[in-house]
Design a protein around this ligand. Structure first.
Ligand SMILES: [Zn+2]
Ligand SMILES: [Zn+2]
Length: 180
């Protein structure tokens, strides 16, 4: 679904433990139950730096023998979004995609979104990060930024090129046939 470019994957313990601590604090503050499901879903989310669909997350949990209903997964993701552990993205008119929010670590990146297949690639561009990081807006405290760049991915470019070549070949043979 998405590929992270260069060194974005962090060591597990560096990410998992602060996330668990943050979730526990949040649940305690909200007087919500610390269910094993919530922690299992958190673990799963923090084990990947990819963007994901809730349906796929649910399928992956199922495949690993972890049975939680789809509605529980949706509700849990919503809770994580409110707790600042997960970020929601909506690219064009595709279903929402989510990604983990590492606690205390800056994983700022922007997104290259393919207009054809919807594939999302995350890129970490130091120039963009420092440029936006250095911007100061009066009376506003920046926490993170989200930038989407829309275009056509390499796979779709190849596909479109092939289709075009095919069309041209067909047009050529048609031309030949119509010649007297
Ligand atoms: Zn594409
Ligand atoms: Zn992202």
């Amino acid at each position: 679904m998405s590929i992270f470019v260069g060194g974005m994957a962090m060591k597990d313990d560096k990410l998992h433990s602060p996330a668990r601590v943050a979730l526990t604090a949040y649940l305690k503050a909200k007087k919500m139950r610390r269910t094993p499901e919530r922690y299992a879903i958190l673990e799963k989310i923090f084990s990947t730096d990819e963007h994901f669909y809730v349906d796929d997350l649910h399928k992956n949990l199922e495949a690993e023998g972890y049975h939680v209903s789809l509605s529980t997964v949706y509700a849990t993701i919503q809770l994580f979004v409110e707790a600042g552990l997960v970020r929601r993205h909506q690219f064009g008119n595709q279903p929402a995609q989510y990604e983990r929010v590492p606690q205390g670590i800056n994983e700022s990146h922007h997104h290259l979104v393919c207009n054809h297949c919807g594939r999302v690639r995350a890129v970490r561009d130091q120039e963009v990060i420092s440029m936006i990081g250095n911007l100061r807006y009066p009376t506003f405290k920046t926490e993170f930024f989200s930038l989407y760049v829309y275009g056509i991915c390499s796979r779709c470019q190849k596909k479109l090129k092939k289709e075009k070549e095919k069309e041209q070949a067909v047009a050529k043979t048609k031309k030949k046939k119509t010649k007297p």
